[in-house]
Ligand binder design. Structure first.
Ligand code: ZN
Length: 517
């Protein structure tokens, strides 16, 4: 995610009022489709008639920062989603066909779904009992789904889209209004506010999304546009398909007055941009070198990992944001002032974050450190190493607390202020995963590593890590192991000091040292 963001107006904080527990049955003859019973009934009645007993897979797959996200009972393979969005009212009607493989014998399991409400749930075509409470849709079919079995969940849902009050950040997530339409901002857990999901980066799947919007508005999403159908009712349905698996939070979703602009990088990577027609051409010039940037990064990190790339730029008025949505990064107009750096930042995430995704959210520095460091590589390429070093020194002084010496002449006071403000890059707090440290100290960690091992090994580490974990997941231990495999050196202590110590390690060759705390 781009790191310069304004907080959304408090007026948008409207989702907090909790939606009462909803309990339903999808049997066609159920009176009114839903019934209410004592809340929290999970359908775990003992099943003497069942040959195999299953477990009630617990809510959440155990992420250390966000234990409630996702479900460990199944692995989603493919999602076929249809979304019809009335942009005047904000009403969304959706249907998701989720193909998954059971990782245990399942009596019941949960799917993340917030803000919107389910109306029908089928498992393998048969009506299933379900409950919906606290952002968890618990599905309890009649038959146990056996371990290893591939099964299909069909979920119909609808409601008024609202931004989602994520525990992870001080700004609103999920579906946001732009000047002309809507867009999704889903890191880390906002996808479940617009479609049912196993909402954790460790469960990647391929997606087919059919998005219907009132013409002449245009819908854009991750992957390749495979079909456009004009309906009799004035709605146009745009269907997208991803070739490669996507973590739920990285699904691009946007509706706006877009023009689609296609080009190709010199090395042959297809680019299609969706630019809001009302944005001035001069503001969009920061995307002129996109093809060059793709080829620049491919030389350093390995081939561009996906079938296509592009930027979706929406006219926004409230939030300065960019997000590395897979194959189609999302940008609001307020962020464009940051120039080419924000363009290459989100592009770098396609390698680090999107192709190689996090196994747990604590390690978000792996995403943001690489993306931030890539900004500095672009400065090095376009302006020279001395400008890169100026940026590195500024970042170091911010992280170490030296900048706070303007307000105090006491080094311990300034250092303490930095420790309060910036968590160590490798251990952000659950309510602050976008702390500046995961970006800047993450980037500094990589530069310190480059200085320690030399350019050749450093870029070999990046390419090896990328190649080994492409289209999958990795954590900090995997990265440390890759460093050892490439260099033949155990740099665990070196990296641990950069990632987890309160005080900044020095970078002697640049004359950078921590304050005396
Ligand atoms: Zn980022």
């Amino acid at each position: 995610m781009g790191r310069h963001r304004a907080k959304l107006a408090v007026a948008l904080v409207v989702v907090g009022a909790v939606l009462g527990a909803c309990v339903g049955s999808s049997t066609p003859d159920a009176s009114g489709g839903t019934t209410t019973t004592a809340g929290g009934e999970s359908g775990a009645s003992p099943s003497t008639s069942r040959a195999i007993s299953g477990i009630d897979a617990a809510d959440g797959l155990g992420d250390p920062l966000y234990p409630d996200l996702g479900n460990a009972g199944y692995d989603v393979q493919h999602v076929d989603g249809s979304i019809r969005l009335d942009t005047s009212s904000g009403r969304l009607q959706g249907h998701a066909e989720i193909e998954a493989i059971a990782l245990d014998n399942l009596d019941s399991w949960s799917v993340d779904l917030d803000v919107l409400f389910p109306s029908e749930v089928l498992v393998n075509g048969a009506a299933a009992k379900w409950t919906h409470e606290g952002g968890e849709l618990r599905i309890d079919p009649d038959a146990v789904v056996q371990k290893g079995e591939s099964f299909l969940m069909s979920i119909a849902y609808s409601g008024l889209t609202e931004p989602y009050d994520s525990p992870a950040a001080t700004f609103m997530m999920g579906m946001q209004r732009s000047q002309d339409g809507f867009f999704a901002l889903s890191e880390p857990d906002g996808t479940s506010s617009w479609m049912p999901a196993n909402d954790h980066p460790s469960d990647k799947a391929t997606y087919r999304l059919a998005i219907s919007v009132p013409g002449p508005l245009v819908a854009a999403a991750s992957g390749t546009l495979i079909d456009t159908v004009q309906g009799d009712d004035g709605f146009i349905t745009y269907t997208f398909e991803t070739r490669d698996p996507v973590a739920p939070y990285l699904l691009a979703f946007g509706v706006g007055g877009f023009k689609r602009v296609e080009e190709q990088s010199a090395a042959g990577v297809d680019i299609r941009n969706y630019f809001d027609v009302d944005i001035r051409e001069s503001s969009l010039s920061i995307f002129d070198r996109q093809g060059e940037m793709i080829d620049f990064l491919a030389e350093r990190f390995g081939p561009y990992p996906f079938e296509v790339y592009g930027a979706m730029v929406l006219e926004t008025s409230e939030v300065a944001v960019a997000l590395e949505t897979q194959t189609l990064s999302t940008f609001g107009t307020q962020i464009l002032g940051l120039g080419e750096e924000v363009v290459i930042h989100e592009l770098a995430h396609q390698w680090f974050g999107d192709s190689v995704s996090l196994r747990r959210w604590n390690d978000i520095w792996l995403n943001e450190g690489f993306a931030t460091y890539t900004q500095w590589l672009w400065i090095e390429e376009t302006r020279g190493p001395e400008f890169r070093d100026v940026r590195i020194a500024q970042s170091y002084d911010l992280m170490s607390g030296r900048q706070f010496l303007n307000g105090t002449d006491s080094e311990p006071v300034a250092a303490a202020q930095a420790y309060r403000q910036f968590s160590p890059a490798g251990s952000p707090r659950a309510d602050d995963i976008f702390n500046a440290s995961v970006y800047l100290r993450g980037g500094l960690t990589l530069h310190a590593l480059r200085l320690e091992v030399g350019d050749e090994d450093f870029f070999e580490i990046a390419r090896t890590f990328q190649k080994q974990f492409a289209y999958g997941n990795a954590d900090t231990a995997d990265f440390v192991a890759t460093v050892a495999a490439v260099t033949g050196r155990d740099l665990t202590d070196f990296l641990n000091a950069w990632l987890y110590d309160e005080a900044m390690p020095p970078i002697p060759s640049l004359g950078l040292s921590p304050l005396t705390g």
